[in-house]
Design a binder for this molecule. Sequence first.
Ligand code: AMP
Ligand code: MG
Length: 347
Amino acid sequence: MALQTEYITVTDPASQDAELRHAADILRRGGLVVFPTETVYGLGGDATDAEAAKRIYAAKGRPSDNPLIIHLAYPEEAEAYAHTSPLYYRLAKAFMPGPLTVILPKKDTVPLSTTGGLDTVAVRCPAHPVAHRLIELLGRPIAAPSANLSGKPSPTNARHVAEDMDGRVDAILDGGESEIGLESTIVKLDGDTATLLRPGGITYDALCMVLDHVSVADAVTHRLAENERPLSPGMKYRHYAPTAPLVLLSGERERVLDFLRREQKETDCAILCYDEDVPFLDQRNLFCIGAREDLAAQAHSLFRTLRQADRANAACIYAPLPPTEGLGLALYNRMIRAAAHTVKHID
Ligand code: AMP
Ligand code: MG
């Protein structure tokens, strides 16, 4: 049965405590509230309520073995829900609040339905003031995956949330555009080993400055074999997928532009391109992702442009293959999965 979704705009959380208290009450009663974070919008429920987690999975149409991240107001609150370690506090000191999720052994205070049946739990402290205050007012952690339907790009503004979640959640808090635009970096801690499971706003290099050694899970850059068990259940699902096939292009710039111009003449394609390439292409179904060297701008606009390209109903979508350095690794990881690993080299 469809819910009557309430839309609440929160431009100034400091003076809008009444609205945020109302949203926290909805969560306390077991309801679902979508809230803004600096990464993407989250679809939140009370993390200590096993039934709320089930409602989140149902609203997203997400398989219930894909665990949820629990969002805390302060890093020390992890003590009540997870077995922390000195490495956790090193990461917390450097990157929390911020776009970093840490996976730790869980305590019984977190229901298994929140962690998809796993004995570990993912914790994060969002920096967004609306998210922070909402958690503080609830007085418990908020479990939240990205607020998109399973398989759609993560939403980076309330309009995108509404496209997917209207009638499926109790309330949507509109806090403007998400600053980063890609989901959090995920690091798994196991004793004194650290593994990067998902790259995001905190780069691999930044992690290495704080931890002595960080390994990178194969699935960050490679396709998993049919029988391979991923370290993170989310890795096995096709994600962020536009309806039309997405093809990533590598090769020398002039050659790629020649190829794209020919495709624009001969086929019905949509193109994600760098700002610098706009003057050299037909403007129809062309979507800018930012300047070639500006990876932060590309991260910010990636999911929005994927949604736009999808709406163009083209037969195929082309986009540049991102670099794997710095923030590029997070872009590469999302794009390669959206493209189901289809890369075409133009020479
Ligand atoms: P989302 O909330 O949509 O950004 O997705 C959360 C991601 O975190 C998913 O890919 C999950 O598989 C991953 N994740 C959450 N909890 C755990 C955990 N305990 N162990 C491994 N991966 C996790
Ligand atoms: Mg997601």
